[in-house]
Every structure is written in C-alpha cells, then in structure tokens.
Design a protein around this ligand. Structure first.
Ligand SMILES: NC(=O)c1ccc[n+]([C@@H]2O[C@H](COP(=O)([O-])OP(=O)(O)OC[C@H]3O[C@@H](n4cnc5c(N)ncnc54)[C@H](O)[C@@H]3O)[C@@H](O)[C@H]2O)c1
Length: 418
C-alpha cells in the first residue's frame, strides 16, 4: 500500500509532526509544507534538503492543496483553522486540526456542514486526551470503577510569557495577543469529555485580569479563565486555563464519581474508591495502556507521544480501523470541547450569566447559530466585535511590540514548537 501523503499548514508547531512524529512512519509521509513567514519557510527548505527529503515547500495554501496530498495537518494561527479546514475538506482532503477548531459559532456550523458533505475524516488534535494517563482515565471510567461522574475538573496552566517573543513575533494582531481568556480551553476540558462521553449544556465564565508581565509583552486579554459547566447528565464541570499565571506547568484532571474519583496528571493516574466502611482503596499507577500507539519503542516524551497517538488514530480512521473510529476525536466532539470557551467568554462579558452550549450535531440547532459571528479578532466587523477582556480592549503602544520584535531578532529561529 502506498503511504498517505501528508501536507502541513504552519511550520512552527506543524513541523513537530515532520521532525518528531512522522519519520519512519509506516502508513504516512510528509509530502508538502506551507508556511507564510519567509525566514521559517527558508529553514524548512534547508531542513528537508539536509536530510535528502523531497518535500514541496510553499507559502501558498492553494499550492499546498494542489500538491497531491491525501491529508493536511492544520497548524496555522489557532483562530484561523476552520476556513482552511473547510477549503481542504471541499477538495476531499482529510483534515487533522490543531487546537482550537473554530473562532466563532458561525464557523462551527460551516465546519460541521463541510465535514458532512465531504465524507472525509476530520480529526481534532486534542493531544491532551492522548497522554497515557488521561487515556487510562477513560479506561478506568469506562470500566465503571467510579460510577457516574458527578463533577469533572480540569486545569491547564502553561506560563507562556518567557517565550512570548517566539510565539507572537511582536505582531500586534497575533491571535495570542487578543483571543478571549477562555478561548484555549480544550486542553483542560477535552480529557474530561473524552473520558466520560458527557457534553456541556450550559456554561458560566469568570476571568482573571490581564497580568502586568503579560501586558508588558503586548497581550490585550485576561490572563486566565474559569468555566463552570452544567453537564448533559446533570453533573457539573469546571475548567481553569491560563497562559500567564506564575506557576509551573499543570495539566491535571479529576472525575468525581458516585463511588470514587479518578485523578490524572502527566505523572500518574490514581483511582480512589471507598468500600462500605468508607475506607479508601487507592490504586495509583503510571499508565502504559494505549490501545494504539505509533512506535511505542520510542520514548518521545509525553507531549510528542500524545501527538503520535492522536495522529496515529487519525490515520487509523482514514484506513478504516475501528480503533481509529472509536478514539479519534470528530468534529462534534471537538466543538463540545471548544464551544464552552467561546460562550463562556460571552458569559464573562455579561457578569457570569449562563449561556447554552448548543449541540451542533443537529442541523436544526445549527440554523440558530449560523449568523453568530462574535469574536475578539480585530478584523471582526461590527456589531460582532467583542472587547478583548472583561474590562475592555486596552490600548497598547507600538513600542511594546517593537521591544518584542527586538527580543525575537536576538534568537535563531527553528522550525517546530518553541
Ligand atoms: N496541541 C498542542 O500541544 C499545541 C502546542 C503548541 C501549539 N499548538 C497549536 O498549533 C498551532 C500553531 O501555533 P504556533 O504557536 O506554533 O504558531 P502560530 O500560531 O504563531 O502560527 C502558526 C504558523 O503558521 C503560519 N501561518 C499562519 N497563517 C498561515 C497561512 N495562511 N499560510 C501559511 N502559513 C501560515 C505562521 O507564520 C506560523 O509560523 C496553533 O493552533 C496552536 O494552538 C498546539
């Protein structure tokens, strides 16, 4: 069987797949890369030339779509994924989308339509669902070890401020400088939904203020968001995501059930159960259970392994493998994970009142949201443009971005995630 030909849109994070995930892969190979930032495109060309790999490199997405690819990894700006995913699906190209799936409810409707009319595979690359321990959390839950979940809790804390110059390149309107504080919520919510099969039906949001060290780098949004969710089974969910709190990295999850609790972190998964005398039985492990893992002999580290698994499941689904069908994250699940971030922000701007989280599986529900274009993106026309934080859209002097660009000029740019 010939290998699937994979294209990449966006060569910072996207090149992680070319450099770490796909080399030696049995069923797929990188065929083309599209990157619009000239210095990074040059580095990609050099990277492939040095390895004797024939990979088509371009700055044009149209040319990428023409390059004979079977599937594309969408790793451009996080709030611009949907339009590119839709263009690929309409060319009958399978899509593996980086986080987040959409910027607006209107886009979410169009994305569902495009997946349905294409008949192609859309998989959401929410790699935090595919850490060994979060995957094991799902297995323990499906095995009924804690009964029905009544409370779900996820925290994602990743202080990005030290590398803001690498991440934003001093571009005033880089998405990281203006997306809502709650936008990047699928690392905290995703594993909870992936494990339990539940979906949020209502969301309330709260925002932490823009911290000074983020403002000094040009961020115009709040530095963290908390979302409270009513879940489809009557239980509650809670998500905390932040890119600016001064705390070491956290990715932690808890499912509180009728009979016990499952807790997952990058280091371990722990099941707490109590017996009839209310004595706790604690079972903790570093999970190794993976129903599918590409090249398990390689220790790629938790994040790259979860990328290998997520992407492997995408390929498995394309090839008709039932494991891929079962564990790959489809467009509806992706939106269950992401919409609380969009609607939670609307709640933040309205002092925490609840917003319904629609189930866009139903085309009739979609019809209610087709015109919902609310976003903080400065390109959003009125009346849809939202302030970038609960206290408004701050003015930031251009000298702030100049200073970030000066920081960037001092480093040697490399493809792949910083
Ligand atoms: N899952 C994870 O663990 C994880 C980690 C990091 C980043 N990400 C995601 O990866 C994506 C990329 O993030 P990032 O921080 O690497 O970079 P980024 O968001 O700054 O930009 C992505 C790259 O795409 C390029 N690009 C943007 N629009 C383009 C276009 N139309 N044509 C060609 N190239 C274009 C940019 O020049 C840039 O190099 C985001 O969606 C982010 O959320 C995911």
């Amino acid at each position: 069987m010939s290998k699937l030909k994979i294209g990449i849109l966006g060569a910072s994070r996207g090149m992680d797949f070319a450099m770490r995930i796909l080399p030696g892969w049995e069923y797929a190979e990188i065929a083309a890369v599209c990157e619009s930032y000239p210095p990074l495109l040059e580095k990609c060309i050099q990277f492939f030339q040095e390895r004797g790999q024939s990979v088509f490199c371009t700055s044009s997405f149209d040319d990428l779509l023409e390059a004979g690819i079977d599937a594309v990894i969408i790793a451009n700006y996080a709030n611009e994924h949907a339009p590119y995913a839709i263009r690929a699906l309409d060319r009958r190209i399978h899509v593996y989308s980086e986080v987040q799936p959409v910027q607006t409810l209107a886009e979410a409707c169009l994305l569902c339509d495009a997946v349905e009319r294409s008949g192609k595979v859309y998989a959401y690359g929410e790699n935090y669902c595919y850490f060994d321990n979060t995957f094991a959390m799902r297995r323990h839950y499906e095995d009924g070890e804690i009964g029905e979940a009544v409370c779900l809790e996820g925290t994602f804390c990743n202080d990005c401020s030290p590398k803001w110059h690498l991440l934003t390149r001093g571009i005033r309107d880089h998405w990281r400088n203006y997306v809502p504080s709650s936008f990047y919520c699928t690392h905290s919510i995703g594993p909870l939904l992936f494990s339990t099969g539940l979906r949020p039906v209502r969301v309330h949001g709260l925002e932490a203020p823009r911290l000074t060290h983020m403002a000094e780098k040009g961020a115009r949004c709040g530095s963290g968001a908390s979302l409270s969710m009513d879940m489809s089974n009557g239980g509650m969910g809670r998500s905390l995501n932040t890119n600016g709190f001064k705390h070491p990295y956290i990715a932690s999850y808890r499912l509180f059930g009728e009979n016990g609790t499952i807790e997952a972190t990058p280091d371990s998964v722990t099941v707490y159960r109590y017996d009839r005398e209310f004595r706790y039985d604690v079972k903790s492990e570093k999970a190794s259970f993976m129903p599918f893992r590409h090249r398990p002999e390689l220790d790629l580290g938790p994040v790259s392994n979860s990328d290998a698994t997520g992407f492997g499941l995408f390929v498995a689904k394309i090839l008709g493998d039932p494991v891929g069908e079962r564990y790959s994250i489809d467009v509806y699940r992706a939106l269950d994970m992401a919409l609380p971030g969009l609607l939670g922000y609307r709640s933040i701007l309205k002092d925490g009142i609840p917003f319904e989280v629609p189930d866009l599986r139903d085309p009739a529900v979609r019809d209610r949201y087709r015109e919902d274009r609310y976003a903080t993106d400065p390109r959003t026309p009125e009346p849809w443009r939202l302030p970038t934080s609960k206290s408004g859209t701050p003015e930031v002097d251009e000298s702030v971005y100049e200073a970030v660009r000066e920081d960037l000029a001092r480093v040697d740019l490399t493809p792949g995630m910083k």
